[in-house]
Write a protein that binds this ligand. Structure first.
Ligand code: TRP
Length: 334
C-alpha cells in the first residue's frame, strides 16, 4: 500500500486556491483504497512564520474544521496535529545530526531571506533569520520520514524541501542502515492554481485571497472585486486569462464549463458573469460552509478528532522512533 502524507502550516484561513490546489485532491486521494494517507496541521512549522499565539490557535481550528467539513474521512486517513506527536521533534534532532549545513544553506526559503537582507543593505545578511527558518526543512523531513511516506503531494514551492528529505533519509540510511523510506514529491501537474483578486497567484501572503467559507455576503463582495477587462456587455469575452472564468472552471464540471464559455463568447456582461460565479460557488459551498460553521462553534469536537488522530499517529511513531534511537545508539544500557 502506498503512503501519502502532507502537512498544512497553520498560519491562515483556507482560501479557494488552497481548496482546489491542495485540499480537494487530498480528500480525493484519501478515498482511494490503495492509498494510506496522513494529513496533519503543521503547527510547529507555523511558529516560524507567525509569532501571534491567537493566530496559530485560530488557524489550527479553521484548517481542521475545513478539512472535516469537506468530508475528510478520518477513519481511513490519519488526521492529526504535528505538536501532538512529540516523536516528530525528537526525530528532528536526530536528523539534524546527519544533515549537512551546506544543504540547508541552499534552501530557497533561506536564500530568499538572505537576498532580502542584502537588498535592504543590511551588513548582517542573516538579520532577523531564525534557526527555525534555517532548519525548517529538517522538521519537514521528520514529518515525512516518521510515517514512511512514499509520496508527498505539495505545491512547486515545496519541492525542494521534499528533495532535502530524500537527501537526509539517504544520508541516515547510509550511516545507520536502511530505516527510512526515501520519499518522492508529488507536484500535481493537473491541479488548478487560482489567480487572486489582484491578478497574482492567490495567496494569503499577497492579501488577494477569497476565503473558502466566507459568508455569502462577503463571498459576493469579493467576487465582485475580481479583476476583469473593460470589454462592454454585448461584446464577446475571452475566456483565456480570465480569472473569473478560471475560477468557475476550477469548480464546475466540464459540461458546465462549456456552457459558461458560450456565455462569454455571446458577450454576457462582466457584472452578470460575476453574479453567476457567485451563485454557483455559493450553491456548492453552502452545505460544507454550514458544517464548517457548526464545527467552528464546537472546538471541543474538533479537538477530540485531532486527539484520536494523534493516538493513531503515535501508534506508528512511538515504535519507529524506538527503532531509530536504537539504531543510533541511544537507549537503555541493559
Ligand atoms: N512546508 C509545508 C508548506 O508550507 C507544510 C509542511 C510541513 C509539509 N511539513 C510537511 C508538507 C510535510 C508536506 C510534508 O506548505
Amino acid at each position: 500500500m502506498e503512503t501519502h502524507l502532507t502537512g498544512i502550516t497553520t498560519t491562515g484561513t483556507p482560501h479557494l486556491g488552497n481548496y482546489v490546489g491542495a485540499i480537494r485532491p487530498a480528500i480525493a486521494a484519501s478515498q482511494r483504497k490503495d492509498v494510506q494517507s496522513f494529513y496533519f496541521l503543521a503547527d510547529y512549522h507555523a511558529l516560524i512564520k507567525n509569532q501571534d499565539p491567537a493566530t496559530i490557535r485560530q488557524s489550527s481550528l479553521e484548517i481542521a474544521a475545513t478539512w472535516l467539513a469537506l468530508g475528510l474521512d478520518t477513519s481511513r486517513s490519519v488526521f492529526y496535529r504535528q505538536s501532538d506527536v512529540p516523536e516528530i521533534p525528537e526525530l528532528t534532532w536526530i536528523l539534524t545530526t546527519v544533515t549537512a549545513k551546506g544543504l540547508m544553506n541552499r534552501s530557497h526559503a533561506y536564500k530568499a531571506a538572505v537576498d532580502a537582507n542584502e537588498h535592504a543593505g543590511y551588513v548582517d545578511q542573516d538579520k532577523g533569520i531564525t534557526m527555525g527558518l534555517f532548519s525548517y526543512p529538517i522538521l519537514m523531513a521528520a514529518d515525512i520520514l516518521m510515517f514512511k511516506a512514499h509520496r508527498v503531494p505539495v505545491g512547486k514551492d515545496q519541492k525542494q524541501h521534499v528533495e532535502m528529505a530524500r537527501d537526509i533519509a539517504q544520508r541516515f540510511n547510509h550511516i545507520y542502515g536502511e530505516q527510512f523510506v526515501v520519499p518522492e514529491a508529488d507536484i500535481g501537474a493537473n491541479t488548478a492554481i487560482l489567480t487572486g483578486l489582484d491578478g497574482r497567484k492567490m495567496s494569503k501572503s499577497y492579501g488577494n485571497a477569497i476565503p473558502l467559507f466566507a459568508p455569502a455576503a462577503q463571498l459576493r463582495k469579493l467576487i465582485m472585486k475580481i479583476k476583469t477587462n473593460s470589454v462592454e456587455p454585448g461584446v464577446p469575452k475571452e475566456t483565456a486569462d480570465s480569472t473569473l472564468f478560471e475560477t468557475y472552471r476550477a469548480f464546475a464540471t466540464p459540461a458546465e464549463t462549456k456552457v459558461m464559455a458560450e456565455r462569454y463568447a455571446a458577450g454576457a456582461g462582466w457584472g452578470d458573469l460575476k453574479q453567476e460565479l457567485f451563485a454557483y460557488l455559493d450553491a456548492h459551498l453552502a452545505a460544507p460552509r454550514a458544517e464548517y460553521e457548526r464545527l467552528m462553534a464546537d472546538p471541543g469536537h474538533v479537538e477530540q478528532v485531532l486527539k484520536a488522530g494523534a493516538v493513531r499517529a503515535r501508534a506508528m511513531a512511538t515504535p519507529f522512533l524506538a527503532a531509530i534511537r536504537s539504531a543510533v545508539g541511544i537507549g537503555p544500557l541493559a
